[in-house]
Design a protein around this ligand. Structure first.
Ligand SMILES: [Zn+2]
Length: 299
C-alpha cells in the first residue's frame, strides 16, 4: 500500500513539473502583447495589425533619413512626418527596418544646397561688368526674336528664339551677356533643363560700396560649357540653345535678376520677384545706343 502511495506521489509530482515547464514555455504566447507597442501608437499598431493580411509590411517605410536631409521645406510639406508604427512582427524577427530602405523614394528637393547668398567677399571678388550684350547676338543682327517677352503673361524672363522658328536655333551658341562668375551650372529641375547662372558686379550710384550684384540666367540649354566658379567674359560662349530635353521648341529662356541670392526659383509668377526686364537691363547697360554702328575704319 505504501508503495502504491509512493508511486502516486511521484506521478503527481511529475505531472506538476511537466505542467509548470509547459506554462513557462508557452505562457508568453498566451499573455497580451500590448507592452511591445508604445502607448501613443498602440491604436495605429492595432489598425495596421488588423489589415496586415493585405498590407505588406514594407508599405510604411521609415522616412527618417529623408526627413533629416530634405530640410524645412520638405518638413513643411509633410514629407518629414514620423512614420506610423508597424505591426509587431512577432518573436524571432529582429527589426522591421531592414526591408524598408529599398522602396523609399526620395522626394524631389526644392533646390540644391549649392544655391546660396553670395557673401560680401564673394561679391567683392566678382569681376566688374561694364557692359552687357544680348546672349544670342544683337536683335539688330536679326538672328533672334523675343518670342515671349518679360511679364507677358506671368513670364519672368525673355524667350529668345531663332527667326526661323521651331527648332531652327537648336545648337546655336549662347554667349555670356556680361563678364561674370558662374554661380550655378546644372539641372535644377525637369522644366528648366540645363541652366547656367552668372553673377556680375555692376557699378551703380547709390548701391552699397558703389556696386550692385546682378545675375543673368540661361535655361533649357542643350549643352552647358562652363563649370561653377568659372570666370567668363562678355561674349564668351557658355552653352548652346536647347529644348530642355525635348520639352519645348528650342529657345533660350533668359533672365536678369537683381541681388546676391542664387536660386533657380520659378520661371513664372504673379509678381516679378527680383527679376528685371532683360531687354531693358541690357539696353541700359550696353554702353552705347543699340543702333550705334562701329566707326568705319580709317583708310
Ligand atoms: Zn521662358
Amino acid at each position: 500500500m505504501n508503495r502504491l502511495r509512493l508511486w502516486l506521489r511521484v506521478l503527481v509530482t511529475l505531472v506538476v513539473i511537466v505542467a509548470a515547464v509547459w506554462l513557462v514555455w508557452h505562457g508568453r504566447d498566451l499573455a497580451p502583447q500590448r507592452p511591445v507597442v508604445p502607448p501613443s501608437t498602440a491604436t495605429e499598431a492595432r489598425d495596421a495589425a488588423g489589415t496586415s493580411s493585405v498590407v505588406p509590411s514594407v508599405q510604411r517605410p521609415v522616412r527618417a533619413p529623408s526627413a533629416a536631409t530634405a530640410g524645412p521645406a520638405a518638413a513643411a510639406s509633410g514629407i518629414g512626418t514620423p512614420p506610423r508604427a508597424l505591426p509587431e512582427p512577432g518573436p524571432g524577427v529582429k527589426s522591421p527596418a531592414a526591408p524598408q530602405t529599398s522602396l523609399v523614394m526620395e522626394p524631389a528637393r526644392p533646390f540644391d544646397s549649392a544655391f546660396i547668398r553670395l557673401g560680401p567677399l564673394e561679391v567683392a571678388s566678382l569681376p566688374e561688368a561694364v557692359r552687357f550684350d544680348y546672349p544670342m547676338g544683337s536683335q539688330n543682327a536679326a538672328l533672334t526674336y523675343n518670342a515671349q517677352p518679360f511679364r507677358i503673361t506671368r513670364h519672368l524672363g525673355d524667350d529668345l528664339n531663332g527667326i526661323g522658328g521651331e527648332n531652327s536655333d537648336l545648337g546655336d551658341a549662347v554667349f555670356a551677356a556680361g563678364t561674370g562668375r558662374v554661380v550655378y551650372a546644372g539641372v535644377p529641375g525637369a522644366g528648366w533643363g540645363n541652366m547656367i547662372i552668372l553673377a556680375h558686379r555692376v557699378q551703380e550710384a547709390g548701391a552699397p560700396g558703389g556696386f550692385a550684384v546682378y545675375q543673368t540666367l540661361y535655361a533649357h540649354l542643350e549643352k552647358s560649357l562652363v563649370r561653377p566658379d568659372q570666370l567668363v567674359t562678355r561674349g564668351e560662349q557658355i552653352g548652346t540653345v536647347g529644348t530642355a530635353g525635348g520639352q519645348y521648341f528650342a529657345h533660350l529662356h533668359f533672365e536678369v535678376r537683381a541681388g546676391p541670392y542664387v536660386n533657380p526659383g520659378v520661371g513664372y509668377a504673379d509678381t516679378p520677384l527680383n527679376r528685371l526686364s532683360p531687354e531693358k537691363f541690357i539696353d541700359e547697360h550696353r554702353g552705347a545706343p543699340v543702333d550705334q554702328l562701329n566707326q568705319a575704319p580709317h583708310p
